[in-house]
Design a protein around this ligand. Structure first.
Ligand SMILES: C[S@@+](CC[C@H](N)C(=O)[O-])C[C@H]1O[C@@H](n2cnc3c(N)ncnc32)[C@H](O)[C@@H]1O
Length: 203
């Protein structure tokens, strides 16, 4: 029996994220999640969004944990993880539908190095369909400033874990997105000083 990993923050933020995804992914038939982590978000969102296929992915080290959650809370529309590291070619041949209309990621951009974030957006530009929707959840800075003392503290902690990790500036993220044809549709405030950025690929 695989050990089931647990993230309290996933339990805390999943309903607020879902309230946005219901609208952002209303016309989407397949979502690729990048960096599924424990798999908790995936089992919850797949159950709540039964009209679409939810494809999990992550680096191989996370697959046992994700599979353990999928075994515990299966859904017909939920798919086992594919190995996806944004620094490598994306294994889009393993997706069920040829067209990738939705991509979701949570709490990954501040973990990845800057060059990994750039790779991530190049992958988005290459693989997300025109009119596709991209939703990213996490903390962001505005005008180079933290939005809260707790985010400042979190960024210090991130640096101590890995000097390449950091809370990203929203202006840098929207510029990377624009270079790949993605326009910011809505910047949603989320609990605990997080944001959910919803982008659409327009060209
Ligand atoms: C803090 S965890 C977030 C997990 C989950 N999405 C959540 O919200 O709890 C960061 C995630 O980023 C993923 N990640 C880091 N670097 C990555 C890379 N180069 N390619 C793909 N995923 C990566 C990790 O594997 C991990 O799943």
């Amino acid at each position: 029996m695989n050990q089931v990993p647990y993230s309290q923050s996933c339990e805390n933020n999943k309903s607020a994220i879902l309230a946005v995804l219901i609208h952002s992914f209303s016309d989407v038939s397949q979502v690729l999640e990048i960096g599924s982590g424990t798999g908790q978000h995936a089992v919850y969102f797949a159950k709540q969004l039964p009209q679409l296929i939810w494809q999990t992915s992550d680096q191989l080290a996370y697959h046992n944990g994700i599979n353990a959650w999928l075994a515990k809370q299966p859904s017909d529309n939920l798919r086992a993880p594919i190995e996806l590291d944004v620094t490598q070619p994306w294994p889009v041949n393993k997706l069920e539908n040829d067209t990738l209309e939705g991509i979701f990621t949570a709490n990954t951009l501040h973990i990845m190095s800057k060059s990994m974030v750039e790779d991530f957006f190049r992958g988005l530009g290459k693989h997300l369909a025109i009119k596709g929707q991209f939703c990213v959840y996490g903390p962001f800075n505005y005008g180079g400033e933290y939005t809260s003392a707790s985010n400042r503290q979190f960024d210090k902690w991130l640096f101590e874990q890995n000097p390449q990790s950091a809370i990203r500036d929203i202006e840098w993220i929207t510029a990377l997105a624009a270079a790949q044809g993605l326009t910011l549709v809505t910047d949603h405030p989320m609990p605990a000083n997080n944001r959910l950025l919803h982008f659409e690929k327009r060209d």
